[in-house]
Design a protein around this ligand. Sequence first.
Ligand SMILES: *Cc1c(COP(=O)(O)O)cnc(C)c1O
Length: 359
Amino acid sequence: MRCWAEINIDNLYENIKELEKIILKEKIMAVIKANAYGHGITEICKALIKIGIKNFAVATVEEALKIRQINSEVTILILGPIENEYMSKILDRNIYFMITDFEEIEYIEKKGINVDVFLKIDTGMGRVGFQEDEIPELIEKLKNCKYVNATGVFSHFSSSDSDEDYTKLQEKRFKEISENIMKEIKSVKYRHILNSFGSLKYHDSEYDFVRTGIILYGGVTEEETLPYKFKPVMSLYAKISHIKKLHKDSFISYGNTYMAKKGDTVATVSIGYADGVRRDLSNKGYVYYKGHRCNIIGRVCMDQLMMLIPEELAESAKKGDVVEFFGKNINIVEVADLCNTISYEILCGISSRVPRVYK
Ligand SMILES: *Cc1c(COP(=O)(O)O)cnc(C)c1O
């Protein structure tokens, strides 16, 4: 294999154990959208079911149906908006989707589709859901609904990792709104707002589910989650395909953005931006190799990239050796920072061309 993503299921299990210190296990709603943040939705879902996780969240109808094929009982919540035409297709399957506006309620009533749904409230994310001033009308409409059966109500934090005051404000709004709805609409039994970072800061006792994504996969730093510790589930590796000692000064890669010196040892590695190693790492990123951090030199190509071998390793470096891009030795958050993005985007950006190896 030229490159691969190793998926460490033991670390996933340890992360669940760590989470159980703060969340009741039965409240964990594992977010496995986007191919389980790139880890493989089928394998991650099966592994979690094996240790008793019973609630899952996804983004699309296709993802929900995939999980239903794996298991006929687990609770599945679709977190992304779905098109009206799909609503009748996911009947009878114990898969919940969310209602985000009045138009959806009208559609369901008009078509006579019997569904259990979750109401989405916009408490400050500004994405989808009912705003605070729409709640009285929502309650009135729901009271007159024949078909829409609101089972739960939920909302989403926009800044739980960065803005405590705003997160508190969102939580306060949600508590008021959800209490009001639950008082008026008796079918609404569940409510939830906490995500990964929310779960570390707020207590789960008020909520029926906690939607945890990124911390399950350990796509975080220790400082972000203190005093809890989460381990990286994915490590990205690639092999050295070619090594040369330069006989004269030489440009490296497209655009001649890096000049290596005579005598430098340069290794070519079999991974590139088509695999998910971001081009932003050109002349900026590094890889872990035999106890060293080695610089990525020149532009990252589609399928390959070059790295500078430190002098100490010039003799021992050889074709076929394995280098790490993130995982045990390089935290993915560091890589994301270098790319001006977040660990989430790096993880789901590891392309389907990269084999996932489970251990
Ligand atoms: C993706 C998502 C989550 C999970 O977020 P993490 O930060 O990964 O825990 C929770 N809720 C909603 C609505 C989401 O879209």
